[in-house]
Structure formats: C-alpha cells, structure tokens
Design a protein around this ligand. Sequence first.
Ligand code: HSE
Length: 410
Amino acid sequence: MGKIKLGIVGFGCVGQGLHTALQQTKGINAEIVKICVKDRNKARSLPQEIFTYNVEDLLDHPEINTIVELIDDANAALEIVKAAILRGKAVVTANKKMLAEHLEELSDLARKHQVPLLYEGAVCGSIPIIRNLEEYYDNDLISSVHGIFNGSTNYILTKIAEEGQSYEEALAEAQALGFAETDPSLDVEGFDPKYKLTILLAHTYGLFVRPEEVFNLGISRLSTFDAQYAREKGFKIKLVARGKRVGEKVFALVAPQFIEAADPLARIDREFNAVVVEGAFSERQVFVGKGAGSLPTGSAVLSDISALSYGYQYEYKRHQQHLGAEYSHEAVLDVYLRYENPALVNFDDFESVTESYVGDEGNYITGSIHFDALVQAKWIHEPGNSLILNAGADFVPALPKKKKLANQLA
Ligand code: HSE
C-alpha cells in the first residue's frame, strides 16, 4: 500500500487518541482525509472542514483507501465495515462487540475481497496480543489464554479494595476517565471482556464461538462480605476471562475470581489489563499494559495502520490448520458462592462441597460445580447470590453432566 489515506468514523475517546498519536508519530506514512461524526453541535478540536456527518463521504471518497471504524454502535459499525470491505478499502476497527458477534462472516468477507481487516485495538487496549497470537506462537501449542480483559472493572475493583471507594463512585470515575462503555453494564456484567475473549479464541484455537455461548458473570453483585472474605484470605478479587484447551476440548468463561498474592494478576491494578498465555514450549508469558483509555487504545489502532503499510493481514492460521478443537462445557470448576436465601440456591448443582458457612453477616459454600450446571443455573443470577471462582481455579475436564434421575424419568 502506498500512502495510507484515512477516513475515520467516530471521534470520541479512541478517535482523538489516535489523532494525537498520529500527529506525534513521524515515521508513519498516513494522513487523515476525513472524519465522520454524528453530533453536529459538539465543539471539535480540529478545523470544521475535516468533518462530515455522512459516512458515504468516506466510503465513496476516491482518495480514502482505509476506513478506521471507532464508533460505539455495533450494528451501525457492522454496516460501515461491510460496506468498506465491499468497496475494497482496508479496515481498522476497535469494535469488540461487532467483531465478536460477526467475526467469521467479516473475516470471510475480507478474505474474499482481499482487503485487510485489523483490530488490535479491540482487545485489551495497548497490549499487542492478536498479532502475537497470529505470528509469534505459530508453532506452539497454547493450552491457555486468560487474564484481565476489562479496564473499567479492574479500575472499580482496585478503587474499592485499595481506597475504600463505593462501587458507584468508582464506576463514575471509570466513566469520567473514558474507560467505561457508553452502556457500562457491558463492562460490569462481563460482556465486554467476553467479546474480547471470543475474539482471542479465534486466534488462539481457530474457533469461531458465538459470544452468547460463552458464560459471563460480572462484578455488580459482589458484596462487602465477599471483599472481607478476600481480605482475610490475602486474596484480591479480579474479573478474569479464561480460555483453555485440554485435548480436543476448549472451554471459556468470564467470572470474578479470588487471586492469590503470588499470581501475576494480583499486581494488575486500575485500568491495566494482563493477558497470560501458556504454551507447551514457551510456558507462561504475561503481557501487561493499559487496557482502556484514549492514547493506549489509540496506539493499538495506530499500530494496525502502520501494519497496513507493509501489507499485513491476519491469516487465522489456527482456523486454516483445522486443529480439531471443539467448544465444550465438559469441565468442573472450583467456586465460592455467597448467598442470602438458601431457598434461592440449588445446592444439588454442586458436585462436591469443601466448606459451608452460615453466619450473621453472610453465608457461603465452596466446592466444585459442573460447568454445564453453572451455565444453566438461573439461581446464580439471583440478587443475593455472588459466585466467585476460587483462587487458582481453572477448568478441569469432566464427563458430561449427568442428568438428574428425575429428568431421566421425565
Ligand atoms: N470499556 C472497555 C474497558 C474499554 O473498560 O476495558 C476498552 O475496551
């Protein structure tokens, strides 16, 4: 590609970060031709001539060869990205929801039209994880990819644990700093890290898994009792995304987890993210960086733009190699469950119980639960219940969940 002529869609937190980073990076042969924005009344930091309110002005522009999609609305983003690919323009996007929901379709479309579609900025902000999974680990067998994939919730958990802030105060700060999604329930209920995990499953195991197939629990129902329990045991609580392959089976989930002091995730605070990759030969590697924010995410988008200049495209090598992995729920997990009303817990869903405590301030049990039971248990989502993975817990392969006798007879 010669000079990269950019049409940017969206000029919010990430768009402005990209602009700043681009201005200060001399070695990159790229220029912003036009920026499409929605709000006509918002004061802008750049001359008015560069802006348009009609995305067709970018898609149809003869000079623009690259569309950088940085808007919030995943449905509108999908239409723009598809239109750009169909018109032969390279695409850089940071829209994790859109990508997670349509990754297979979009990667097929991009391959068919031979245009690059890059999205490093969609997963863990500044951490260069997708290109590393695509290129560096080509010959390795990755057993697990896990970590802290959401800056807002990590910021909130840090502020509550370290500074005694309330959940509401900490969330308001994460919003003010531009970390949180416009709809913050995507962060606090664990959807955003799930979208990122879904994208990484494609690059790690060659699996295109629908995000609705991946279980996610967030942090909104964690209580002071849970925080006290963690403190007493010397743990932190983090929202952890986990993908793991054992044999032909791949497991994935997002859930809060107790983290021991010796775990590298214990030192990842505020808006920092971490991705831990475990390979058969490389063993454990930890990538750490800012996972949210204007410049850190802008820097990942800038890096994709730079990669276009040497013709870089994802090859989805693991998908092409047909590694034979399949997405599965056939595992058990070690968990802690706090509950208020025992009538709202199905204790029969536990495979085994290691501890059971009933007290004035709260009740909990710890034990193992089949992943399939966890996915299907509606009672997990009752307001008085909070489920947290135990320290060190990971998927342990198991036989399929046995049907209860009553079900078998029904
Ligand atoms: N809301 C996201 C986060 C932004 O907090 O991590 C970066 O993807």
